[in-house]
Write a protein of this length. Structure first.
Length: 550
């Protein structure tokens, strides 16, 4: 044997299990030389056996022995239902540098033993597999009048890495049963680990190469095994398959009571789709909905309530891509594109959308447009968001701000959010008929803002501003360089603290009468003019109190 054959894919679709009889009276190879291209080095051994598959009987015997302490293989099967006969035994012993490990692509020693006692109507046996001397599988086997059964433990984690290793550690409990009649395998299989539980039911037609009513359900029990930053409850996936292997009709459904990554997640998640299998890349429809998105604050949470994503995903074994998926929610309409590398776990999300006629109580009604890009955070932890945002105030309910702006303002800004959940605003620009500001700031995880800006107000001249707290009723610290030339007011410092009625204020600065101080309230009654209730105004020995109405 110089080398293993490299097979060419057949253009004809035939059955996996043939329907014809097989008879090999005797096979004996007294000297088998195996070339280095087969298993990495030259080997020599011998093989003998026989096979007879016809008229309801399957008789297969094969033995192989490689020289110099190499592989040892022995297989015996004699099954004949009409004579109530079922004998099976198998033994494979291979060193780490043996031929069998080299052919199957491993460098682990193999020790496999299968055997048992009984007949076709009732047979009980066991299977044990060790790799590199470590227990890999311990299964109880059985046959009852043609129904094959297995139950036991399997430890694939020692062969895997990454997510698959975490999902199957330390071992998987398997339980299954099936019949094989007229080349149709029909049964069910359950596999469970501390991390997940999977159940598969249905039939596979090995003569017609078809799925028949296949249903696979998976419950994710320990979400951190899939993604370390993931938490969730009731995470379940269901697949169905019906039809030819290559072009079967499929459907899927993913549901979860809640699922969360870091501090952001979904409540009442539901995703589903149906289509037909095809060559890679395969197009898969998706419709994803949820009751709410969590961890994004009250304002954004209200905007994105009841979100729905619809479109098509392009999927290969290594990549998931979705372009121009539609995104709608209670107040938001837009497009979302995703790119997920299934090998490395890296991802990229592009989001563009608009929100129209959104009411911010105490401030007014705004329209918003954003373009955002979401990528993994440092070392793959969390997510990093960059982009731009634009907002137009369509109705300004705060009469104090309305007097300052002289009309409806608009804003533009660059946005960036790191894994700490804080949104950073840079190149923040506010435009309005009477007020022009430039600045930067942050939106914290609790929904409050901190913004530092400077600019000019048409009536009061140059100013600097620090804004803190709830954007609808913030704390404002203003410095006005020369707000009133006639009275000689200079370097005026005005501090506004929000109250239910408006703002408490404190003011100080210089004037033609000398230094002045003032305290009081700015009252913002609904649908009425602003009132400045002056508790005290002291300048140059003079004291005043009273109210001013705009």
């Amino acid at each position: 044997l110089v080398r293993l054959p490299k097979l060419k894919p057949s253009t004809k679709k035939g059955p996996i299990l043939p329907g014809f009889d097989i008879h090999v009276g005797e096979l004996r190879v007294d000297r088998l030389d195996v070339g280095p291209q087969v298993g990495g080095k030259a080997r020599s051994g011998r093989v003998w056996g026989k096979a007879d598959v016809h008229s309801g009987r399957a008789l297969v015997e094969l033995q192989a022995l490689m020289n110099n302490g190499g592989d040892r293989i022995a297989i015996h099967l004699d099954a004949e239902p009409d004579r109530d006969k079922f004998d099976v035994a198998a033994r494979v012993i291979s060193p780490a540098d043996g031929l069998v490990p080299a052919i199957i692509g491993t460098k682990r020693s193999i020790n496999l033993a299968i055997g048992g006692r009984g007949s076709w109507t009732r047979w009980r046996g066991s299977a044990a597999l060790d790799l590199s001397g470590r227990p890999t599988a311990r299964l109880a086997l059985g046959v009852d009048e043609g129904r094959y059964r297995l139950q036991g433990q399997w430890a694939p984690a020692q062969l895997l890495t990454g997510k698959l290793q975490r999902l199957t550690a330390p071992s998987v409990t398997v339980r299954g049963s099936a019949t094989l009649r007229d080349r149709v395998l029909d049964g069910e299989l359950t596999a469970a680990s501390p991390e997940l539980r999977a159940v598969a039911k249905g039939a596979v037609d090995l003569a017609g190469n078809r799925f028949r009513g296949i249903r696979v359900g998976i419950d994710l029990l320990r979400t951190t095994a899939l993604f370390p930053n993931m938490t969730g409850k009731g995470v379940r996936m269901l697949w169905t398959l019906e039809g030819p292997f290559a072009t079967a009709d499929y459907s899927y459904r993913l549901t979860s009571d809640y699922v969360q990554f870091d501090n952001n997640g979904f409540l009442g998640l539901h995703a589903e789709g149906r289509g037909r299998l095809g060559p890679w890349p395969m197009r898969v429809p998706i419709r994803l909905s949820a009751r709410a998105i969590t961890g994004i604050g009250d304002v954004a949470g209200a905007m994105l309530a009841n979100p729905t994503i619809q479109g098509w995903l392009s999927i290969t074994p290594k990549l998931v891509r979705g372009d121009g998926l539609s995104l709608t929610s209670a107040k938001w309409t837009g497009k979302i594109s995703v790119l997920i590398d299934l090998v490395t776990g890296q991802f990229q999300v592009l989001l563009s959308g608009a929100m129209q006629r959104y009411l911010i109580p105490g401030l007014g009604i705004v329209d918003v447009v954003t373009d955002l890009k979401v990528v993994p955070g440092p070392n793959g932890h969390g997510s990093h968001v960059v982009g731009t945002g634009k907002a137009w105030v369509r109705r300004l309910d705060n009469s104090f701000f309305r007097d300052l702006t002289g009309g409806l303002p608009s804003l533009t800004t660059n946005l960036e959010r790191g894994t700490d959940g804080i949104v950073h605003f840079t190149n923040l620009q506010l435009y309005s008929p009477k007020l022009r500001l430039s600045g930067s700031g942050e939106r914290f995880k609790n929904g409050t803002f901190h913004i530092v800006a400077s600019g000019r107000q048409a009536k009061y001249g140059p100013l600097r501003m620090v804004l803190d707290g709830d954007i609808a009723r913030p704390r404002v610290d203003l410095f006005l360089q020369s707000p009133n030339e006639a009275m000689g007011i200079k370097a005026m410092h005005l501090l506004l603290d929000p109250t239910a009625a408006g703002f408490n204020y404190r003011a100080s600065g210089g004037s033609k009468l000398g230094p002045f101080t003032s305290t009081g309230q700015i009252l913002l009654p609904k649908n009425a003019p602003t009132v400045i209730a002056i508790a005290s105004l002291d300048a140059g020995g003079a004291h005043a109190t009273g109210s001013l109405r705009s």
